[in-house]
Design a protein around this ligand. Structure first.
Ligand code: NGO
Length: 522
């Protein structure tokens, strides 16, 4: 369906169903019945609606660059579909009726690092938060309260009404992530930005980029140029691969930062390193470069852990990466090092952990790294072995929950799915949503958990269409698992709210999988 038809169709559906917020005849007035994802902590409806107008301003706290940036972000989100070129103006006092006001001033500090309070009255929108990050989270809510036509990239005829009331909201977990494997298949900057936009819609705050694996090295390292000259030149099934220049990587970091998303770069080691081993012979124990690899086996490669040059290599790579990564974490992989004996693996991980800490960063690693002694602040990402997660917890480390049976986006929905793997499980949209990170493993309790991450491995994922198919419709659910208190979550209610996202997916041209588990609007 082309966009015009699509839009027409969407408005007709809204008129037919009398759903809120899509045309002048059905003003939205019940804030508490809006199908928000993630579901907020508290919503009080007031019973009116407020209309966005072209002559309003977005007012922001005076003298705070990050608050002004949040204001600009909101203006940029609203512009394409409304055509309203809203000015972002600084102010030292409440701007009065008829405007949008974003401020830290007067916010309740109990809302925490990312909480916000959104008050919509018939005279304006007041969004306050203790931090700029909280404002960005509130903006994600405003976006979902507007008519779905707001997602259009061209000017739409809509009344731009929002229901009035108050939302007080804050996240359950501080780490709400997704991972994109850009090593098995490479995805250009524009695809990564689109992926970031998806995350921003559902209040994710971390994007973990899996930047190296057997099939490809995807980040420019100036001191080891052959990593990209050789190591990035292919991908699974022999495509042409690619890599991000340091400039491009910084562009991704900045694009994500505006949306309150921290980039977590991963260099996987000592296994999953064939692309590096093919680029530099000296990283191999036998001093010979390996062949480039375009298959999908795992567990066959290892850096030569007994060679000093390997640590020089890692120090240089981590150094350059840390320099261009403002976030506090570097992910060191550590998974499936089947050809590295455990007696070599453990001291290797400990030494790499020191290198990362010396570069001013904290380590994240897949659950296997818990076999080593962890330093303070290191985080373990549980994907397969609960015993490993337990070892991490015994050492006082926090855990990120990415159980492959629930949180691997690259698993098939069922045996008919056109792409995806199924070694861990078939994961339908209800399996993806209906679990509690704090209850899924007896050994891992709420206090041990830093957060949740949905991981998209790309063995079978070659382009944006494939990403859309495996990521939607379940992505919003992972956003909700990370954000909303488990007491507010249940599948029966969620699947209704998810169905309401259908028109958003279509407006955004997202080629989602039409799961039979959801009663779609059409
Ligand atoms: C495993 C493996 C990856 C695969 C992924 C999906 C982890 C942490 N290591 O998860 O190399 O791509 O499964 O098949």
């Amino acid at each position: 369906m082309n966009r015009l038809l699509n839009t027409f169709f969407i408005s007709s559906v809204f008129i037919a169903l009398g759903l809120s917020g899509c045309n002048d005849h059905y003003p939205p007035t019940d804030l508490s019945s809006e199908p928000l994802i993630p579901i907020p902590v508290s919503v009080e409806s007031e019973g009116n609606s407020f209309q966005l107008r072209h002559d309003m301003n977005i007012y922001v706290d005076e003298g705070n660059e990050e608050v002004a940036q949040a204001g600009e972000y909101l203006a940029t989100l609203l512009y394409p579909a409304t055509g309203f070129d809203l000015e972002v103006e600084e102010t030292s006092k409440n701007p009065g009726k008829g405007h949008i006001y974003l401020h830290l001033e007067g916010a309740d500090s109990e809302l925490g690092e990312e909480g916000y309070e959104l008050k919509i009255t018939d005279s304006g929108i007041d969004l306050k938060a203790p931090t700029p990050a909280g404002l960005t989270m509130g903006i994600a809510t405003i976006r979902q309260l507007l008519p779905i036509a707001i997602e259009s990239s061209t000017v739409q005829d809509s009344a731009w009404l929002l229901p009035t009331g108050t939302i007080r909201d804050y996240p359950e977990y501080s780490y709400r992530g997704a991972m994109l494997d850009v090593a098995r298949h490479f995805f250009p900057v524009q695809d990564v930005k689109r992926f970031i936009d998806y995350l921003a819609m559902y209040k994710f705050n971390r994007l973990h980029l899996h930047l190296s694996d057997d099939q490809g090295w995807r980040i420019e390292i100036k001191s080891w140029p052959k990593l990209t000259e050789i190591g990035s030149s292919t991908e699974v099934e022999g495509g042409e691969g690619g890599f991000y220049t340091q400039e491009e990587y910084k562009e991704i970091v900045n694009y994500a930062a505006v949306r309150n998303i921290m980039i977590i770069p991963e260099i996987d080691m000592p296994g999953h390193t064939n692309a590096a081993l093919a680029s530099y012979p000296e990283l191999n124990c036998d001093g010979k470069a390996t062949e480039l690899y375009t298959g999908t086996e795992v567990g066959f490669s290892t850096l030569c852990t007994s060679k000093e040059v390997v640590y020089k290599f890692i120090t240089d790579v981590i150094g350059e990466l840390a320099e261009m990564t403002p976030g506090k974490f570097i992910h060191i992989g550590g998974d499936e090092s089947h050809v590295t004996p455990m007696e070599d693996y453990i001291p290797f991980i400990e030494r790499v952990q020191d290198i990362v800490n010396d570069a001013g960063k904290k380590v994240i690693g897949w659950d296997e790294i818990a076999n080593a002694d962890l330093t303070s602040g290191s985080v373990v990402q549980y994907w397969a072995e609960a015993d490993n997660a337990e070892k991490a917890i015994d050492q006082g480390a926090k855990v990120i929950m990415s159980p492959a049976t629930r949180a691997y986006l690259g698993m098939q929905y069922d045996s008919t799915s056109r792409i995806g793997l199924h070694w861990a499980a078939y994961i339908e949209v209800d399996d993806a949503y209906d679990w509690d990170p704090a209850k899924i493993e007896p050994a891992i309790s709420r206090d041990d958990i830093l957060g949740v991450e949905a991981a998209l491995w790309t063995e079978t994922v070659a382009n944006m269409e494939d990403i859309d198919y495996l990521v939607f419709p379940q992505l919003p659910g992972y956003g909700e698992i990370g954000w909303s208190p488990s007491s507010k979550r249940n599948w029966a209610d969620y699947k209704e709210r998810l169905a309401a996202q259908q028109l958003r997916f279509e407006m955004l041209d997202i080629g989602y999988y039409r799961s039979p588990k959801v009663k779609w609007i059409n």
